[in-house]
Design a protein around this ligand. Structure first.
Ligand code: FAD
Ligand code: EPU
Length: 337
């Protein structure tokens, strides 16, 4: 195997943090992963770097997933089955499915990153999580030295979570996802339960939207409030929305009646981290070169020249202030390398 030595990772993470990989290899076919030399190396699997905090240099091997390809692999009376390579750009893939006449993924338009990373944290937005429309995940297991197909029923998809995020599977780079198959039902209905999406469509005077119109509305909402990483480096939401038990949520609502609360199917309640951060005084505020975005307080931004330590300093300060004011712990969403 020919590895590239000492590769700059700054262009490969959307927070634009500095760091170099001791060794680097772009993976453009699944079979490259089966090479024995990769099995023993200290590895990190990299997609689009849009959910990543780089602490500094990485003294191991970065495998940059670039496996291409997207095609219809099956069809029955109820659904289309569509496969995409792990290296495909997520947003481009979603737009391509819509252009083919296979609706379903439109609510996940404009999420950065790759198809291969989508199952890792079960990406979600505007009332849809990818696990709902996923059929199988194909992956190489470096430990068992074999390819596996994971049926969605064993992927343990939950809010920003999956089997692949759990210790032993993912964080040590055990699994490299090579392709994902989606099952898109032929009977389609727009998912409009997210209030902001319904409002956007109403403002456009669209009562019965097509999948394309839903995608356009979502793209517009996202462009209005989320910073473009090419202009203002960021990793999307920096913290999970905390989920607390019903009694705690009721207690918080008494002292803070405007706190947004979203009841979950299991009886617990999801709180809006962006609201908590804004109320703690962090919206538009910075510590050194790292701050919380002025239009969406949940998005941590690199104002220029930041490194991993700067990010961790601001993260800790925000967590401290939210805990002090509300007694709520915020857990970071991105993966730290
Ligand atoms: P990376 O950041 O490269 O990697 C993320 C993790 O996945 C790492 O641990 C990595 O090792 C692992 N990984 C990546 N590819 C593979 C693979 N092929 N096999 C095994 N492991 C792999 N997320 C949402 O859920 N909803 C949103 O609405 C959303 N909005 C965002 C908006 C912005 C502006 C930004 C910058 C980010 C947003 N995100 C959102 C977060 C991010 O886009 C997703 O988490 C995305 O899936 C990350 O993809 P990636 O290819 O960049 O992964
Ligand atoms: N809010 C504030 N102040 C802020 C930001 C938000 O008060 O600065 C309030 C809003 O007014 C609203 C609530 O918080 O009442 C929720 O805000 P928003 O609709 O913007 O969504 P979010 O909870 O901040 C989540 C996801 C996003 C996803 C959107 C749309 C998480 C951690 N984040 O954000 O995902 O795109 O909903 O579904 O679940 C990501 O994971 O990177 C990401 C961007």
């Amino acid at each position: 195997m020919l590895f590239e030595p000492n590769v700059d990772l700054a262009p490969f993470n959307t927070l634009a943090l500095p760091g170099r990989a001791a060794r680097y290899l772009a993976i453009s076919t699944a079979n490259q992963l089966a090479d024995g030399e990769l099995a023993t190396a200290r590895r990190f699997i990299l997609g689009g770097g849009s959910n990543l905090v780089l602490s500094g240099d990485f003294d191991g091997l970065v495998l940059h997933m670039a496996i291409p390809g997207k095609r219809l692999v099956g069809e029955d009376a109820e659904a289309w089955y569509i496969e995409a390579g792990a290296g495909e750009n997520w947003h481009d893939f979603v737009q391509w499915t819509l252009a083919q006449g296979w609706p379903g993924l439109e609510n996940l338009s404009l999420i950065p990153g790759t198809v291969g990373a989508a199952p890792i944290q079960n990406i979600g937005a505007y009332g849809l999580e990818v696990g709902e429309l996923l059929h199988t995940v194909s992956a190489w297991d470096f430990e068992k030295r074999a390819f596996f197909a994971f049926d969605r029923s064993i992927c343990r998809f939950a809010y920003r979570d999956s089997l692949f995020k759990q210790e032993g599977w993912h964080l040590n780079g055990r699994i490299a996802i090579t392709a994902v198959v989606f099952r898109l039902p032929k009977v389609w209905q727009p998912r409009l339960r997210y209030a902001e999406l319904a409002q956007e469509l109403a403002a456009r005077q669209i009562a019965t939207p097509s999948a394309r119109e839903v995608a356009n509305a979502i793209i517009a909402i996202r462009q209005r409030k989320l910073p473009d990483p090419a202009v203002t480096p960021n990793a999307g939401s920096f913290f999970h929305n905390p989920v607390v038990d019903a009694a705690r949520a009721a207690e918080l609502a008494t002292s803070h009646p405007t706190l947004p609360r979203y009841p979950q199917p299991d009886g617990r309640v999801k709180l809006a981290a962006g609201w908590l951060i804004e109320q703690a005084g962090w919206k538009g505020k910075a510590l050194g070169p790292v701050g919380m975005y002025e239009k969406q307080a949940l998005v941590l931004v690199n104002r220029g020249g930041a490194n991993g330590a700067d990010v961790k300093r601001t993260m800790a300060a925000v967590q401290h202030d939210v805990r002090a004011k509300f007694g709520v712990n915020l857990t970071p969403e991105p993966i730290f390398l």
